[in-house]
Design a protein. Structure first.
Length: 213
C-alpha cells in the first residue's frame, strides 16, 4: 500500500471505505484490527481510527462475533436513490446557471471517453467516468450543499454502478442518457436536462433493484 502526504489514518479509512463499498468485504463479514493491520501493512493506531470513522458512517457495526461489515443494504440504496431523484435535477439546473465553457467542455470530454471505453467493454473505466460525469455537475452546480450531499451518495453505490455497467445493454443505455443530458445542458434547456437526469437516475435505480442486492 502506497501512502500520500495526507495522514495515514485518512488513507487507511479511504482504503477500507472503498473496499467495503466496492464489495471486497461483503455484508455480514467479520473483520478484525489484526487482520486489517496485516493486509494493509500498518500499525493498529490508524486502523483503529479508520474503524471508528467507519462506525460513524454506519458501514460497520459491533456484533457478538466482532466487527461486522454492513456496507450498503437494499433499503439504504432505495433511500439514497429517492434523495437523488429529488435533488439531482437541482444540481443540473445549477450547473446550467453557473458553469462556464471550460466546465461544459470537461463534461463533454467525460462522455467522449465513456463512449471510447464502452466500445472496448471496459467496465472499470466506465464506472470511473460515470462518477466523473456526475461529479462535474455536482461540483459546478454553484451549491456546496448539493455537492456535499450528492457526492457521497453517488460514491456509496459504486459496487452497484459497476455491476450495472458490466452489462453491455445497460452500459450503452447509460452512456446514451449521459449524452442526451449533456446536449440539453449545452442547449441551456434546464427543464429538459432535469427531466433527462431524473429519468437516468430512475432507470439506474430500476436496473439495480430488479437484481439481487
Amino acid at each position: 500500500m502506497e501512502y500520500r502526504t495526507v495522514s495515514l489514518a485518512d488513507q487507511v479509512f479511504e482504503r477500507l471505505e472503498n473496499d467495503i463499498l466496492s464489495g471486497k468485504y461483503q455484508r455480514g463479514e467479520i473483520i478484525t484490527e489484526l487482520q486489517l493491520c496485516s493486509e494493509l501493512g500498518v500499525s493498529r493506531t490508524p486502523v483503529r481510527e479508520a474503524l471508528r470513522r467507519l462506525f460513524q458512517e454506519h458501514l460497520i457495526e459491533d456484533s457478538p462475533k466482532g466487527t461486522q461489515v454492513l456496507g450498503i443494504s437494499r433499503k439504504d440504496f432505495e433511500d439514497m436513490s429517492a434523495i437523488r431523484l429529488r435533488i439531482e435535477g437541482l444540481a443540473v439546473r445549477g450547473f446550467i446557471e453557473n458553469a462556464d465553457e471550460d466546465s461544459l467542455k470537461e463534461l463533454k470530454e467525460a462522455i467522449d471517453f465513456q463512449e471510447f471505453y464502452l466500445a472496448r467493454k471496459d467496465a472499470d473505466h466506465l464506472k470511473m467516468l460515470d462518477g466523473r460525469f456526475h461529479e462535474i455537475i455536482y461540483c459546478r452546480s454553484g451549491s456546496i450543499v448539493l455537492r456535499d450531499t450528492l457526492l457521497p451518495l453517488h460514491r456509496k453505490v459504486q459496487k452497484f454502478r459497476r455491476a450495472a455497467l458490466t452489462e453491455p445493454i445497460r452500459a450503452e443505455k447509460s452512456v446514451r442518457e449521459h449524452r442526451a443530458i449533456y446536449e440539453a445542458i449545452a442547449a441551456r434547456d434546464a427543464d429538459r436536462a432535469e427531466q433527462l437526469m431524473n429519468e437516468h437516475v430512475r432507470n439506474a435505480m430500476k436496473n439495480i433493484m430488479d437484481k439481487e442486492m
